[in-house]
Ligand binder design. Structure first.
Ligand code: SF4
Ligand SMILES: [Zn+2]
Length: 390
């Protein structure tokens, strides 16, 4: 047998189909710890149900309930998966229609049919309107219950499910819900090579046109600092993407990268090749994006508001989430979260720390020496590996 055939990894130039990222990195989902975790939970109980303060579409403050269901997960993950997505940790492939109905009933029972919550967010670690993931009967239950209870409903979806046919069916049951789409980046190269998203900006454009046809509200998630991107690029790109999607989005939620177990980004992080975003970058991003959201310098609720910009640093201040030096983190996270409610740049007034200079220098150096993994200490990788690969 020639050498090439004995090698299980097809290399470039061998005339064979190359391996997909998926073949190389999906393994963590099948490791004993992941399997044990997946089997450990009760399929008739939702993953989590909790309430948070929110604002309704018309700006009225309210209490919102978030229901995170245990599902089969995301069909894109089954065949490939996004580079940062750790949702597989919470899914199990044997969830039935009855299980989902039991989980939903448990969530409603816990909060007395959501009597004190005007808004209901239903998250499925995938797309609620995807028939391969969620039985149609259950999609219908969620849509109908929220319509009958008079709740503002938010569901998550990828783009390809949002066809005219599907939306015309869904709106025949519930005609005023919001669809949150994990677009991550308004840039086809970033979607393909950094995120491995499996759809393009034009599929988002099509989905948005369909949602507008049915008068549904649109929430767009953007990812701050996907893998293989330095801090300066993350900052500049994210401001650009906010500008590109603001007109069409009722809300833009920027998710600063946080490291979830068993993902591509987890590997990079463990190898010291990725540093989660600085909180200072998020503050700078908000300052630069604010004029795109409020062209006349207003705050949330003012007439000049194009969209609503929300930044919620998950695991903010922790090593696996956005962080600064450790001593100013809590204060900066709090200011960022206050901005999501008020839309006022005054939240950042007077915020300062010695580490701001370190951040500034890093970003400045990265603009002058554009290296994809960045220049900061936690991203320099192993010295031995760098010496080995000239
Ligand atoms: S589309 Fe969403 S749920 Fe699916 S793999 Fe990507 S991030 Fe995860
Ligand atoms: Zn600091």
């Amino acid at each position: 047998m020639p050498m090439a055939d004995a090698n299980p990894l097809p290399l470039l130039g061998q005339g064979k189909k190359g391996l997909r990222i998926h073949d190389l990195v999906k393994a963590p989902a099948n490791t004993p710890w992941a399997k044990a975790k997946q089997q450990s939970w009760d399929a008739s109980e939702p993953a989590t149900v909790y309430t948070t303060p929110e604002v309704l579409a018309d700006g009225t403050p309210c209490s919102a309930v978030t229901v995170i269901l245990r599902t089969k997960g995301c069909h894109w993950w089954w065949s490939s998966g996004c580079t940062f997505c750790g949702y597989f940790n919470d899914t199990r492939d044997d969830v039935t229609n009855d299980d989902l109905h039991a989980q939903w009933a448990a969530a409603k029972a816990k909060f007395d049919d959501f009597k004190d919550q005007a808004m209901v967010k239903v998250y499925t670690s995938g797309s609620l309107l995807e028939d391969r993931e969620i039985p149609v009967a259950f999609q219908e239950t969620v849509l109908r219950d929220c319509a009958e209870l008079g709740k503002e409903l938010i569901v998550e979806s990828r783009c390809e499910q949002l066809t005219e046919e599907k939306l015309s069916w869904a709106t025949s049951i519930n005609n005023t819900f919001t669809v949150a789409i994990g677009l991550e980046a308004y840039d086809d190269e970033v979607l393909r090579f950094h995120v491995n998203k499996g759809f393009s900006t034009s599929s988002w454009d099509r989905a948005v046109a369909n949602l507008q046809k049915f008068n549904l509200r649109i929430k767009t998630y953007l990812m701050f600092k996907p893998p293989f991107m330095n801090e300066a690029d993350a900052l500049d790109h994210c401001v650009k993407w906010i500008g590109a999607v603001a007109e069409q989005s009722d809300e833009i939620s920027v998710n600063p990268m946080n490291i979830q177990r068993g993902t591509v980004i987890d590997r990079l992080h463990r190898h010291n090749e990725y540093r989660p975003p600085w909180l200072w970058s998020l503050v700078d991003m908000i300052r630069r994006a604010h004029p795109l959201i409020h062209p006349k310098g207003g705050v949330n609720g003012d007439d000049d508001q194009v969209s609503r910009l929300i930044v919620h640093p998950t695991a903010g201040g922790k090593i696996r989430g956005s962080h600064n030096c450790g001593s100013c983190d809590a204060e900066v996270v709090a200011a960022i979260e206050r901005y999501a409610v008020s839309g006022s740049l005054l939240e950042f007034e007077g915020l300062t720390c010695d580490c701001e200079t370190v951040w500034q220098n890093e970003v400045m150096l990265e603009r002058q020496l554009p290296v994809p993994l960045g220049l900061s200490k936690p991203r320099r990788g192993s010295v031995v590996n760098r010496l080995r690969s000239p």
